[in-house]
Design a protein around this ligand. Structure first.
Ligand SMILES: O=C(O)CCC(=O)C(=O)O
Ligand SMILES: [Fe+2]
Length: 297
């Protein structure tokens, strides 16, 4: 079991006004959104996961338009492009639990917002994601500014707990305020060593964010974060939707299926595909036309 301090959500924060919420988000780089996913939505999400043959699925498999993937041997199974998994995943694209806050922090003037990556992660005992990110990284997803009274944030992640995340469950760990750090986290450089990856457990200045099912952690991707290894039996299930200004490319460039696009409201369609591809009249593309893997995939 990890000895990380535990981030205790202060229930008084559920009743704060925007000025106070802005202050906390700027200061810490994250906020906990209590009860962001409803019990009914949770039930429908678990029904989808429970219907999958989890023990036999692996990277390279597809469930309809959802791709099975992993970021490494330990972080578990990811269902990428989960927004094509059914109505509940569609509903969450612009959930009132966070969309206005996400727009507030990312959107500058008329820059449209888009979903940059979305996946459902299932992690079992032993699994974790090593330490990554931090204010020292020069990359657009780490951009975090408030300039002349306007917010400009390069990426906001909404990590929804689908199962309870408490002691031993493999909680997400964060270094509060590290999105503004001028120094690298001392363990980050070694964290992705394949033979000795460094988890968020016992890492310097990291706190474990414990969540009840349905709670969401809203955080800037600039924050130094990772997760503690899961030591309990069973699974940790989380759903992660990342938002960014539409000029930042969709991480894996999933091309929405026509059925999916046809079902979406205009608002959701803009979030999923803010800029439709343009072709000369009559041109079509074959799925094997582009033969290279995505950067960072
Ligand atoms: O798996 C976790 O707890 C952290 C996930 C993560 O690194 C992210 O959402 O950017
Ligand atoms: Fe991350």
């Amino acid at each position: 079991m990890t000895a990380n301090p535990i981030w205790r959500h202060d229930p008084r924060e559920d009743f704060l006004g925007q000025e106070e919420l802005d202050y906390l988000f700027d200061l810490r780089g994250f906020r906990v959104l209590k009860g962001a996913v409803t019990p009914d939505q949770l039930a429908r999400i678990h029904a989808w996961v429970d219907a999958q043959p989890l023990t036999t699925l692996g990277p390279g498999d597809w469930v309809g338009d959802v791709e099975v993937h992993t970021y490494g041997s330990k972080d578990g199974l990811n269902f990428q492009n989960i927004i094509e998994g059914g109505p509940v995943f569609e509903e969450l694209i612009d959930s009132p639990s966070w969309i206005d806050q996400v727009r507030r922090y990312i959107q500058v003037d008329d820059h449209a917002l888009s979903i940059e990556e979305n996946f459902l992660n299932v992690r079992q005992s032993g699994g974790f994601i090593p330490i990554h990110s931090g204010g020292t990284l020069v990359r657009f997803t780490s951009w975090f500014r408030n300039h002349a009274g306007k917010w400009s944030v390069g990426q906001i992640n909404i990590l929804m707990a689908l199962t309870k995340v408490g002691p031993g469950d493999g909680a997400t760990t964060v270094v509060p305020g590290s999105h503004k750090s001028h120094l690298d986290h001392p363990q980050r450089g070694r964290a992705w060593n394949p033979s000795d990856p460094i988890s968020g457990a016992d890492a310097l200045a990291m706190v474990e964010v414990h969540l009840d099912p349905g709670d969401a952690l809203m955080f800037t991707d600039a924050l130094t974060h990772g997760s503690a290894p899961r030591t309990n039996d069973g699974e940790r299930r989380v759903l992660i939707y990342r938002y960014a200004p539409h000029l930042l490319a969709n991480r894996f460039h999933f091309v929405p299926s026509p059925e999916f696009l046809a079902r979406l409201t205009a608002e959701r369609r803009r979030l999923v595909m803010p800029t439709p591809p343009r072709f000369r009249p009559g041109r079509t593309i074959a799925s094997d036309e582009f033969g290279h893997d995505p950067i960072g995939g």
